[in-house]
Design a protein. Sequence first.
Length: 134
Amino acid sequence: ISDGVRKPGRAKGSHSRSHTHLSCAACVVEEEAEQDAIGGLLEGLADGALQDPLARSVGFCRTHFMSIGDACRDAEVWSTVVRGQMAAVDRLIGSLDEFIAKQDYQRAHENLSEEAKQARFTAIDMLSADCRFL
C-alpha cells in the first residue's frame, strides 16, 4: 500500500494472454512489445507527458491494468494510474446511467451519446481480459 492506494496482488505472468507454447516466436514478440509499451506509458506518466491523455481516456482493461501494476515501481505514478482508472470508471458509470435511462419507454425517443452507445462494451472490456472495444 502506498499513499492509500493498493497495487493489485498477482503472480507475475498470471495475466498473460500467451498461448500454451511459451516458446512461440509470435508470443515472445507480443510479450516484449507489450512490456515496451507499458514501460513507455509509465515513463510518459512519470514525466507528465501522458497524464492529460490518461485523464481523458476510457481507461485500461483489467489485463493491462494488472500488467501496469506489476511493472510500476513508482508510487506517485501508480497513484496517477489509479486516479486515471477511477476517473474512467466514473465516466463509464455516467454513460451506463444514460444508456439505462434511455431504455425506458418514456425516453426511448431520445438520442444516445456515442459514449452511452459504447458504454456496455467498454464495461465488459474493462472488467474482462479483452480490450476489443476500448
